[in-house]
Write a protein that binds this ligand. Sequence first.
Ligand SMILES: Cc1cc2nc3c(=O)[nH]c(=O)nc-3n(C[C@H](O)[C@H](O)[C@H](O)COP(=O)(O)OP(=O)(O)OC[C@H]3O[C@@H](n4cnc5c(N)ncnc54)[C@H](O)[C@@H]3O)c2cc1C
Length: 451
Amino acid sequence: MTYDPIVSHGVSASLPSPPSYWHATHKPTALPSLNKSVISDYLVIGGGYTGLSAAITLAQAKQQVALLDANSLGFGCAGRNGGFVLSGSGRLSLSAIEDKWGHTVATGMQTEFDGAVDLLKKRITDFDMQVDLVQGPYLKLAHNVKQAEQLCASANHLASNFNVPSTTLTPKDLTARFGIEGAYGGVELEGACLHPLKLASEYARVAKELGATLFYDSPAIHIEKQKTGFLVTTPSGSVSAKHILIATNAYTPKRFHDSVDNKQFPVQSSIFVTAPLNNEQRALTGLTAPMSFMDTRMMKYYYRVLPDGRLLFGGRGAVKGKDAESVKEKQRLYNAMVKSFPSLSGITMDYFWSGWVSVSLDSMPRIFVDNKSGENNALRSSTIGYAMGYCGSGVSFAAFAGQRLAQRMMGTGNVDLSLPLYQSPLKTYPFPKARRLALHGLYQWAKIAER
Ligand SMILES: Cc1cc2nc3c(=O)[nH]c(=O)nc-3n(C[C@H](O)[C@H](O)[C@H](O)COP(=O)(O)OP(=O)(O)OC[C@H]3O[C@@H](n4cnc5c(N)ncnc54)[C@H](O)[C@@H]3O)c2cc1C
């Protein structure tokens, strides 16, 4: 049974964990559920990277914090993503941000994006997190001549205006080094990948060690505003809290709280993992070491070589949750892999799973605290805030957003509130019911345009 945020009532504790390669290679930490009434200054709802990182930040500041998640650790994106550590989030490149808001804002956003990668690496070191982090090249591949030119121009612009080093690659380089057929050029950047579910387990370990109280299999089903805070109920308990941090991202129930209802669009992304490549396949493809790839299509394909020599390949998923696992969807993704790596035709698909990414209307994530009165958040008797809308790019950024959200709630941290991430709430989607129809149309159009 697949959870569908637009159709289902909400994540329940009885839903099974995803059949991901990550779950097959790591048993996530088991955590207790809530079966009593508790009181806490801060309550985080959602225990993926955003929520756990917010809990860590609050606990580090010696605040009393409880966290509720509806299912087990890694039920959401944290147990389903590709594990690519990228600088950036949302769907706007630094150049697009610069065009829209100017160079100063784009530089400020780059500081936040790079800060997210730095925060991840610092925590891995400081807390000795075992997450299978591997460094290796990250390649952006052009799927047509126009994109190859744009990729090259953009790489030059990023190098001169934002100090981002990269190497351009010709189609011949790509075939010679990686056996990749059909790409029109590429750009090589520094990259890193990790085991996403181990990262979630490590964040949970650290949050607990710092004093946060974590409850899983405990969905928040009702948020009620009270005189001096909020009462949040779960099927077998409740939490009274002064401040609430919503960190449910694409898994947010369809009617949850005014601040987040209809503010993001859950879109499916699917991944499969092949059998380990044999020596001949490795030699023919050049996929011999940790490296990751992304193409320039509107519906991007992304792939990486896993430490045990398997290929992880991902792309857009089905429009509806009920079609996520269909043979047609699996075959579509498999065919895309074979088109890039003809020598892998026939290789077994050992794992296949899907997950929901949270797409914001203007492609910009938000870390927002509702504060119409303009008072200092730390002095207010109750506040509610959220961080979401990462558009499928959150392995490093979601945890950074969780940290920023906690800082905004506490009134600490040096947050540049003029940046578009913080300045305004997520925009409301018009015609929420028509979103799926529009997405279906977009996929059909992309299929023809990007043939
Ligand atoms: C297939 C796929 C591949 C991806 N690959 C990459 C990648 O390679 N690199 C990258 O940077 N990003 C990637 N992403 C995106 C990235 O994984 C996410 O942006 C990030 O994990 C979001 O973290 P989060 O904590 O906000 O959300 P999640 O990890 O989704 O956590 C949300 C949590 O909220 C809980 N929840 C929902 N409702 C309730 C409720 N009522 N009460 C309590 N809890 C509730 C859910 O159970 C869930 O655990 C990918 C995403 C997908 C789906």
